[in-house]
Write a protein that binds this ligand. Sequence first.
Ligand code: MD5
Ligand code: FE
Length: 198
Amino acid sequence: MTVQILPERFKTEDQRALVADLGAVLERAPLFVPRMPRSGKPFSVRMTNCGPLGWVSDIDGYRYQPHHPETGAPWPEIPQRLLDLWHEVAGVPVGPEACLVNLYGPGTKLGLHQDRDERTFEAPVVSVSLGDTAVFRIGGTTRKAATRSMRLASGDVIVFGGDDRLAYHGIDRILSGSSSLLPEGGRINLTLRRVTPF
Ligand code: MD5
Ligand code: FE
């Protein structure tokens, strides 16, 4: 078993505290609209990052970099409660280097893809869902492998390690209005990652 699901790992009060932590991150690192490499077509998800490295995507490609693509400032630090979560569940002797913050509005989808822009796949990816429930799809390590669908609700944490670190996955849809956590609705997903070998 290489996908570990921790349903409601964060209860309502801790979810609220995380949203407050993220408010401080967003003040220093505003959301930006990533664009597809080559075409420059915008993603429907908006994003930012915290941690020493952040994931960005623009017409030149996908990459990790130490500064915000629009402000040029270093990314803010990863909030302590997320570092604590990582050390509790990741099972590696090093901390995360990147925390990608994805914001999904009502019509946002994320097509089936693998996460392979990191230079190491030894550490798991740790994902935290906040706000509206997402219909998440996960398959195998080839695009044609069978997929299954699962719902990710506010406060749920998933640890993708081992074989599933490189599984295809995506977000089929967001169930608008399913949570009242975020004042403006929608879903936030936080993904903690190790980028460089250790
Ligand atoms: C999300 N984000 O819900 C997801 C959570 C992304 C992304 O996919 O790339 O920003 S991370 C889900 C994930 C990561 C690594 C492996 C697997 C899933 N997996 O094997 O299914 O916004
Ligand atoms: Fe992904």
